[in-house]
Design a protein around this ligand. Structure first.
Ligand code: NAD
Length: 286
């Protein structure tokens, strides 16, 4: 391939790095994580996964009752702080609460989000609802990145994660407002990664396929009134591209664990799609 100009490959190149082989478990030992929207669904599953891997987690959620319950259920390594991500002061306070409790912030997961039913025609689009979705799904994520960076930059380290969605890649009129908010999350991650990278901070997002969490069930019940929860779960699972399995919160928690850990120490600006091949399937036109 290189003719007479073959590169001299250092002897260390390809050597096994024992740091990553010798500790296959508890990859977040001693790390401090803040997860928004962790009172239920993907955020709660990720909080449990992070704790099982040695992290201490602060759950930030607008739902005080569920958030407190989740913290109690997850045990002494979980704490709850009330936070509405559409309010910058709440996000700033959640970051400061984490630092005051644990001394620093290593992992910020901007996961909180809401769904949005979009009318069949753009002519009927509710722009007040549009503003609310953007305030949580986009502004809330930007606020999370801003305030996590504020405390991570002086430490010259950190991992920021955000939850996007497959519809942020595929788009679609059926979910115009929501899709746009999630495309924006993918865009923010790409845009912020060069600057944060210069401070040793990685930023990535995850795009899940549909999972029947509270957010999705509420939305689908709105669409399919009277159909019943089990039928809706069947519709969601039936839409997947991978036979014999379906997307669950734990699949996203596993992706988040990887991206948050040192195993992904050279991964930044990336959108990790967890969809069983759905977006490829769709782009091929099947
Ligand atoms: P969920 O309803 O179980 O969890 C969402 C959490 O966010 C809830 O605990 C809710 O109280 C919280 N929340 C809502 N508004 C908030 C606000 N203003 N401030 C703070 N917290 C707020 O749903 P989920 O599916 O686990 O959703 C988590 C994320 O995953 C969302 O960003 C969602 O858009 C995204 N997502 C979900 C799916 C899916 O199919 N479930 C697919 C792709 C992306």
């Amino acid at each position: 391939l290189f003719g007479n100009n073959a590169p001299v490959i250092p002897r260390t190149c390809g050597a096994i790095d024992r740091r990553f082989c010798s500790r296959p478990e508890r990859t977040l030992e001693g790390k401090i994580a803040l997860i928004t929207g962790a009172a239920s669904g993907i955020g709660k599953a990720t909080a449990a996964k992070f704790i099982a891997n040695g992290a201490k987690v602060v759950i930030a959620d607008v739902n005080h009752e569920l958030g407190q319950e989740a913290a109690e259920e997850l045990g002494p390594d979980a704490r709850f702080t009330p936070c509405d991500v559409s309010k910058e002061l709440d996000v700033s306070n959640a970051v400061d609460f984490t630092v005051s409790q644990h001394g620093r912030l290593d992992i910020m997961f901007n996961n909180a989000g809401i769904a949005c039913t979009t009318p069949a025609s753009i002519v009927d689009l509710d722009l007040d609802r549009f503003d609310r979705v953007m305030a949580i799904n986009v502004r809330g994520v930007v606020a999370g990145i801003k305030h996590a960076s504020r405390v991570m930059i002086p430490n010259r380290a950190g991992s920021i994660l955000c939850t996007a969605s497959v519809v942020g890649i595929l788009g679609g009129m059926a979910q115009l407002t929501y899709s746009l908010s999630k495309s924006s999350v993918i865009g923010i991650v790409r845009s912020a990664s060069p600057e944060l990278g210069r401070h040793g901070i990685r930023i990535n997002c995850i795009s899940p396929f549909a999972i029947p969490t509270r957010l999705v069930m509420d939305e689908m019940n709105h669409h399919y009134t009277g159909v019943g929860n089990q039928r809706i779960v069947d519709i969601i699972h039936g839409a997947g591209a991978l036979e014999g399995t379906s997307c669950e919160p734990i699949d996203i928690a596993n992706a988040a664990l990887y991206l948050a850990s040192d195993g992904a120490k050279y991964v930044s600006g990336h959108n990790l799609v967890v969809d069983g091949g759905f977006t490829v399937f769709k782009s091929l036109g099947f």
